[in-house]
Design a protein around this ligand. Structure first.
Ligand code: UD1
Ligand code: CA
Length: 454
């Protein structure tokens, strides 16, 4: 049993040329989270002693995404073997104490902690195998490294697609890009790699042939392709997203939410849905959404950074932006946008409204077309609507403003001053009716028309 320490190295220095992007590849997101963050989460779940992320020059965003993990710089992107070598100094102590090193690639966002745990267990069960590579089966053609096995089942070599012979290309056993190894063996092997191959790179995968030549044994641990899909292009990013969405929808349903048409619901990694939540078709969840029990979310709603308390109802066509807090039993209807605003228990804003930087008291009713004018072009201001207040339709509330509890605001008002509790506020031109004036107007216009034709 090698129950020694574990160090993890995550390779994230590649430019990701095939993405054709100004953004480093590992920062492209799957289900609202950078690919690198997915890989780090999987790594953390098996509690390693240390995680080191290999980054390229001028990648401050990758360094921040890696924090609080240590980062090391790979000066030039000379290949995956060179990238592991760049982390040597940071892992040497751990390796010399007999620890293992797990190598992960930053572009495999679907990798799960369970698979890593299984890989580690395999290495512990089979300590005479110095390296265990994660592998999967996929019929060619594809661009993954091909794993060649000896008759005894050990790995003979891994051949990159661009270096493979026609015969090797027919091999369906693929390198997932994840391996766990005796740390000292790995660091020794990567220090001896050469770049004599089709791409002129230091391939990490060449360590298997080197190991074999030294009489060291390496084996494969097989998993599903869906776990280890490598993202190199936008199309593969979309494929990873699709698979992750399928996982998230399954989780939501397992935990007791109804997704009426699951394939049309887009979730984020951190979306939390309570029991008996009903999500109608075509709802999009951005990051940071928490939904309480029994909430109904109408079709075509877009929700991010929002908390929906038990029994509330939103949509169809609701837009909840960060800081929206919908109280228990409150209702937000169609074409209502809520940003950094709370609705108290039982409050309603059912149609065509913007509530920004606002607080709406319990059971208040916000009429159709109400707008909180929160922005003066330079600063944001707050609107407070007291409990049980009634805001008539098409009201503009020019913030900062305070509408007292139980107050009534007449439809069509533009309010710029506070309204005290239980008062009625109106600000619109008084109505005048002139009996018969419409008929007289029509007669006058008809005469004019006749004259101009005649
Ligand atoms: C690699 C494997 C291939 C495997 C596939 C699985 C090698 C040589 N090939 O190919 O056998 O089937 O992954 O997805 O390892 N990186 C660096 N520095 C570098 C080069 C790459 O940090 O100099 C990082 C990249 O950011 C990326 C990862 O290493 O996260 C893998 O590099 P990539 O170029 O995508 O390798 P593949 O060609 O996909
Ligand atoms: Ca890749």
């Amino acid at each position: 049993m090698t129950a020694g320490k574990l160090g993890v190295v995550v390779l994230a220095a590649g430019q990701g040329t095939r993405m054709r992007s100004a953004v480093p590849k590992v920062l492209h997101e799957v289900a609202g989270r950078a690919m690198l963050a997915h890989v780090l989460a999987a790594a953390r779940s098996i509690s390693p002693e240390r995680i080191v992320v290999v980054v390229g020059p001028d990648m401050p965003e990758v360094e921040s995404a890696a924090a609080p993990c240590a980062t090391v710089l790979q000066e030039r992107q000379l290949g995956t073997g060179d990238a592991v070598a760049a982390a040597s100094d940071s892992l040497a102590d751990l390796a010399s104490e007999g620890g293992d090193i797990l190598v992960l690639y930053g572009d495999t966002p679907l990798l799960s902690g369970e698979t890593l745990a299984a890989l580690r267990a395999r290495r512990q069960r089979e300590p005479d195998a110095s390296v265990v590579a994660l592998a999967f089966r996929r019929p060619p053609p594809h661009a993954y490294g091909r794993i060649k096995l000896e008759t005894d089942g050990a790995i003979a070599a891994i051949v990159e697609d661009s270096d493979a012979t026609a015969e090797e290309r027919r091999i369906d056993l693929c390198n997932a890009g994840v391996m766990i190894a005796d740390g000292a063996v790995l660091l020794d092997l990567v220090a001896r790699l050469s770049s004599d191959n089709a791409q002129g790179e230091y391939y990490l995968t060449d360590i298997f042939a080197l190991a074999r030549a030294e009489g060291l044994r390496s084996v494969v641990h097989e998993t599903e392709e869906a776990e280890v899909l490598g993202v190199n292009s936008r199309a593969e990013l979309a494929d990873a997203e699709r698979r992750m969405q399928a996982r998230l929808r399954e989780r939501a349903m397992r935990e007791g939410a109804t997704l009426v048409d699951p394939d049309t619901v887009h979730l984020a990694m951190d979306t939390r849905l309570g029991r008996d939540v009903v999500v109608e078709p075509h709802v999009v969840f951005g990051n940071g959404v928490e939904v309480g029990d029994g909430v109904r979310i109408g079709a075509f709603s877009h929700i991010a950074g929002a908390k929906l308390e038990a029994g509330s109802q939103v949509g169809p066509y609701a837009r909840l932006r960060p800081g929206a807090h919908i109280g228990p039993g409150a209702r937000v209807g169609n074409f209502v946008e809520v940003k950094n605003a709370s609705l108290g228990p039982g409050a309603k804003a059912n149609h065509l409204t913007y509530l920004g930087d606002a607080e709406v008291g319990g059971d208040a009713n916000v009429g159709a077309g109400t707008i909180t004018c929160n922005y003066d072009g330079l600063n944001k201001h707050r609107t407070v609507i007291g409990a049980g207040a009634f805001i008539g339709s098409n009201t503009a509330l020019v913030a900062p403003i305070n509408i007292g509890a139980g107050a009534v605001v007449g439809a069509g008002s533009t309010l710029t001053a506070d309204v005290e509790e239980d008062a009625v506020a109106l600000s619109r031109a008084p109505q005048t009716n002139r009996p018969g004036a419409a008929r007289r107007l029509r007669e006058r216009l008809a005469k004019l028309k006749a004259k101009s034709k005649g």
